[in-house]
Design a protein around this ligand. Structure first.
Ligand code: FMN
Length: 183
């Protein structure tokens, strides 16, 4: 069975800079690992995520997407910065996830913001959240501001270089040890 890298963007926008960034990072990670790549976002989990009190409250397709996220060999997650943090609905999804479900999972953290003021949202908000889950977050996170995009696509050379640096940190052992199938 081939490795699977799954991207998840905590944005409801379409088009979405965050989804575009997560998608590119996921594709580059999959290419580096010889893995399959899929990207989802919050809109894929509608309707019903906002009012769900457990994952069982989600419809079949959104529930299957969450299962695909949890069973991935490696994750790329990202959120737009809203008021200095990740979006509320992004946090709500992770509030529904079992505390042990991401333990040891390699996770590459990304975020997008309007400017550079909240670059450290990855270190101050996203990394502690995934620390709670005991996920294996990669040392390098990828933050992109509006100026890093061209026609909605990540384009600035420093951003693309940082993506390559972060992707290179996915453990080489991943090439040989696919994650167990989701429960
Ligand atoms: C409600 C709201 C709050 C925002 N707060 C911030 C913020 O605190 N800092 C920042 O840099 N950008 C902020 N932004 C801008 C978005 O983070 C930025 O445009 C992001 O790239 C949008 O991603 P998307 O295209 O995936 O929705 C905010 C945008 C919205 C809609």
């Amino acid at each position: 069975m081939s490795l699977r890298v799954v991207g998840f963007a905590g944005s409801l926008s379409r088009p979405s800079k965050t989804r575009s960034l997560v998608d590119l990072v996921t594709l580059r990670a999959a290419a580096a690992l010889g893995a399959a790549a899929t990207t989802y976002d919050l809109t894929d989990l509608q309707p019903g995520l906002g009012t769900a009190q457990t994952l069982d409250d989600l419809d079949g397709l959104p529930r299957a997407i969450v299962a695909a996220i949890l069973s991935a060999d490696a994750l790329v997650v990202g959120s737009p910065v809203y008021k200095g943090s990740y979006t509320g609905l992004f946090k709500h999804l992770f509030d529904l996830i079992d505390p042990a479900a991401l333990a040891g999972k390699p996770v590459l953290l990304t975020a997008t913001g309007g400017g550079d003021k909240h670059t450290l949202v990855i270190e101050h908000q996203l990394r502690p959240l995934f620390g709670f889950f005991e996920a294996a977050t990669l040392p390098t996170g990828v933050y992109a501001s509006g100026a890093d995009f061209s026609d909605g696509v990540p384009a600035s050379p420093p951003l693309l270089a940082r993506i390559d640096r972060a992707v290179s940190q996915f453990a080489t052992g991943l090439k040989h040890e696919p994650a167990a199938t989701a429960a």
